[in-house]
Design a protein around this ligand. Structure first.
Ligand code: NOJ
Length: 747
């Protein structure tokens, strides 16, 4: 049989590719990338820049497309998202392996806080201030997800967020660049493990580049208007930390930044990320964000949108199809040089090589491995420990917590007591074939914990939303029969998350009215607040004797809550974000400027920077969180009081556990630059240490202060440490400063 020219070319190409792959060891990855690139047509190159949603699930507005399979066969798709489970990823990969060049697909997924084993939402984990635990949580998620065929997580979200109205505040690490950077780094290391290419490693994706968390009014996807200084000092550091930790990819964002949409923002992507920071990975757009630039109004059509995004440095187009439909024409019209496309393709191929997908496209499609990884009891235990570390004790009057294990009758009341899936919070993954039975409800958790002597009563009381109080009477009856009441209330898991901004962040419905009635019984009431954001709950804060902020804790929620309630875990979490008294205070954050007319207390408001009707302070400040024990700070020492820019100061402080329980304390170090060439914040977190102390034990914590910790962006945006006086504060929170000292930086 005669073979056509095309068939012969095809055979030669495949032989060449095989030759390239087989001689892998002898070539560097860059050479392998180049050798593949040389074989690619423009259409195939553009295909690598194209990412589609699989039809299994959707995390954005879906474009129905019945030709996806055909496109994969033609090598016109580089990656799929929302395709999970080895059976499904294998099936798609098999299709890609029938394409001319057999370039493997990448499978991306939002693995935000666990895959099957769900860990606490990221903001909750941030409360642990425990970098090892946070890293381990991401590692566990990567172990499960990589076994389920996924190569790439769209996490961590490292956006600083100072506005709890913004629904995605739940997905980040809070308000502070220093803590946020440490957490960004821990999460990237956790997801990626030792190196890309290891069987249980996922590519991380630092998102959303940049400033997405500063959406005006806390409304998701809204515009962002900010100074370069704020961008560099507050919003960019966690991205830089993620990059330094090796983040393989970045995702740009839906917002514009000072009038230029991030997706088409050359300053962000080419100048900063790929230029100044020398990022070698690739940038994926956010879902449809290339095409959405038309709505922003700085491009007229998809053709211009594609031109803007590729020129600015967006390498992969998630779901907008603008690249697929316009890049070839743009090249033909000489608007986009092929070199620009080649650069984007090479970045993507590089990661596919590093992951080992060219050597074995089915490397992550082992069903037996998947099964084992998704049924690992060690993961469950880790999720339970992480959940306990994430619970913040906000109030504990008369030490009513921990509860005695001899308590006779407990009334467990509220709309969230028996809820199951709610505990997973937003951004959980629908894992094929897994129902939600493995999630431990709060009711189940308490039942697992209580002793035989204890009777557990239940009443729902009310729903999360709505004004129906018909269940109150039953709840009050249960409360009257009990020795202690636990009320579990808060928001629904889908009230925070993407596109879940709220203008009213009070505890919804009649839940606080229910609390009022329960308190009227005279019984001690412990309140659990389940939420994805800082809520406003002044009645509760003023009247409930004990409050645990539980956030959304994941699959082991019930067990972890029970561990904390009964003192098997002594709470150690501290808030990574300020909790306001009212939405009227937003944005409220601890590292603000002093102003020319600072309000140092709430009693002197006249001609001071204050509210006439509200405190200037938050309800609960950054860094705040109680323990069942107490800690005394003493003997603060500085090795020097004067340093030059090559020297450093050793700071030591003794911490004593003065209570009756073993516990952990996060000691926080803040610095204030007293006089700068530009205004400096009243305090900035510059270090922290979390230590464990037995009852009565004393440990010394030490910190080092060097030039780096004293530096900031001056008026010309140069990173400098200016000579002068500094204040040093050691505290148990940003407000509870236990020791102060001063030192000087000299030339
Ligand atoms: C849109 C979100 O903004 C982004 O964070 C996410 O990764 C993508 N959708 C994909 O689900």
């Amino acid at each position: 049989m005669k073979k056509s020219v095309f068939q012969i070319t095809g055979i030669v190409l495949v032989a060449l590719l095989n030759f390239n792959f087989c001689h892998a060891q002898k070539k560097t990855i860059d050479q392998r990338v180049d050798s593949v690139l040389k074989l690619m047509t423009l259409d195939e190159k553009i295909g690598q820049l194209n990412q589609y949603n699989d039809d299994w699930n959707a995390t954005g507005p879906v474009t129905l497309d019945s030709t996806k399979k055909q496109q994969v066969l033609k090598g016109q798709v580089g990656s799929l998202l929302n395709c999970v489970g080895t059976r499904r990823t294998r099936a798609w990969q098999q299709i890609a392996m029938q394409s001319r060049l057999k370039i493997p697909l990448l499978f991306g997924q939002d693995i935000i806080h666990g895959y099957k084993t769900t860990f606490p939402i990221p903001l909750a984990e941030a409360c642990s201030w425990d970098m090892d635990a946070i890293q381990l949580s991401a590692r566990t998620a990567a172990t499960e997800a990589s076994a389920a065929g996924i190569n790439w997580t769209f996490a961590p979200m490292v956006d600083i967020a100072r506005d709890p109205r913004w629904g995605r505040v739940m997905e980040g690490a809070g308000e502070d660049p220093y803590l946020g950077s440490a957490i960004a780094s821990a999460r990237v290391k956790g997801f990626q493990g030792n190196k890309l290419g290891d069987i249980n490693s996922l590519m991380a994706c630092a998102k959303h580049f940049a400033a997405y968390g500063a959406a005006i009014g806390g409304r998701d996807y809204n515009a962002v208007d900010m100074s370069d200084r704020l961008l560099w000092e507050v919003y960019l550091p966690p991205f830089k930390a993620a990059l330094d930790a090796g983040a393989a990819t970045f995702m740009n964002s839906f917002n514009d930044l000072n009038g230029v949409p991030a997706t088409g923002n050359k300053y962000l992507q080419r100048d900063i990320l790929k230029g100044k920071w020398n990022f070698k990975g690739f940038v994926v757009s956010d879902w449809g964000s290339v095409g959405e630039m038309i709505n922003h109004g700085n491009v007229a059509n998809e053709y211009e949108a594609a031109l803007s995004a590729i020129t600015a440095g967006s390498d992969m187009d998630m779901e907008s199809r603008c690249y697929k439909n316009n890049l070839a024409q743009l090249v033909k019209d000489k608007k986009v040089p092929v070199a620009l496309i080649d650069d984007a393709v090479k970045r993507i191929l590089l990661k596919k090589f590093e992951l080992g997908l060219f050597d074995d496209p089915y490397k992550f499609c082992n069903t037996a491995r998947e099964e084992a990884a998704l049924n690992n009891p060690a993961h469950t235990q880790l999720a339970r420990e992480m959940a306990a570390k994430s619970i913040v004790l906000l109030k504990n009057e008369k030490n009513i917590l921990p509860l005695s294990k001899n308590t006779k009758t407990i009334a467990f009341i509220g709309p969230l007591v028996k809820a199951v899936k709610q505990n997973k919070g937003f951004w959980d993954v629908e894992v094929p074939g897994v129902d939600s039975n493995f999630i431990v409800s709060q009711w189940e958790g308490l039942q697992n914990k209580i002793a035989a002597v204890t009777t557990l009563l239940y009443a729902k009381g009310c729903e999360i939303e709505g004004d129906d109080k018909s269940g109150f009477a039953e709840a009050v009856e249960a409360a009257k029969k009990s020795d202690v009441v636990i009320l579990s209330m808060g928001e629904r898991r889908d009230m925070s998350g993407e596109a879940k901004s709220r203008s009213n962040i009070n505890i919804p419905g009649v839940q606080e009215d229910l609390l009022k009635e329960l308190l009227a019984t005279g019984k001690p009431v412990v309140v659990l607040i389940n939420a994805g954001r800082p809520l406003v709950f002044n009645y509760t804060a003023d009247h409930a004797p004990a409050i645990l902020y539980t956030w959304w804790l994941g699959s082991e929620a019930g067990n972890a809550i029970a561990d904390v309630l009964f003192g098997d875990y002594n709470p150690s979490a501290k808030l990574p974000i300020s909790f306001p008294y009212s939405v009227g205070q937003i944005p409220i954050y601890y590292s603000h400027f002093n102003t020319g007319r600072p309000a140092t207390n709430d009693s002197n408001r006249n001609y001071n920077s204050s509210y006439n009707d509200l405190s200037v302070f938050p309800r609960y400040e950054f860094g705040y969180g109680l323990s069942y024990t107490s800690f005394q700070y003493s003997n603060l020492q500085l090795s020097k009081k004067k340093i030059n820019s090559h020297e450093q100061i050793a700071v030591t402080c003794a911490i004593t556990n003065t209570g009756n329980y073993a516990g952990e304390e996060t000691v926080q170090l803040y610095i204030r630059d007293k006089v700068g060439s530009i205004v400096r914040p009243v305090k900035e977190l510059k270090d922290f240490k979390k230590i464990k102390l037995a009852a009565g034990e004393t440990k010394t914590v030490s910190f080092l202060i060097n030039k780096e910790k004293l530096s900031f962006y001056n008026e010309q945006l140069q990173w400098v440490a200016e000579p002068g006086d500094f204040e040093l504060m050691i505290g148990a929170s940003s407000r509870d400063i236990r020791w102060k000292s001063a030192f000087e930086l000299v030339k």
